[in-house]
Ligand binder design. Structure first.
Ligand SMILES: [Cu+2]
Length: 104
């Protein structure tokens, strides 16, 4: 009884991990930000995008990190547009660490 419970528990833990790796993380270089208000404005614009779970913008690293909800595809053009709308310039974007070239 205990043994089968452990077995199912293990399966559940592994499936949750598998789903979690389904989430895509996008990192975009952002230039032009000079203070925490710039960071706030950029984060706000990015959070308004569909399918976005979490947004972290770093002034020091000049980068925006966007974590998508499980199974949500990344719309890199929409992300770059949000950064432009916030008043800044979007540079190189990486999805799960791989550089992507968005055609505009
Ligand atoms: Cu500012």
């Amino acid at each position: 009884m205990v043994r089968s419970f452990l077995f199912f528990f293990t399966i559940i833990v592994f499936s949750v991990n598998a789903l979690a790796t389904d989430q895509q993380t996008i990192e975009v270089e952002v230039t032009g930000m000079t203070c925490p208000f710039c960071v706030y404005g950029t984060e706000k614009k990015l959070r308004e995008l569909e399918g976005v779970e979490k947004v972290e913008v770093s002034l020091a690293k000049k980068k925006a990190r966007i974590i998508m909800k499980e199974g949500q595809a990344v719309d890199i053009i929409a992300i770059k547009k949000a950064i432009t709308d916030a008043g800044f310039t979007a540079g190189v974007a990486r999805i799960n660490g791989k550089a992507v070239d968005a055609k505009e």
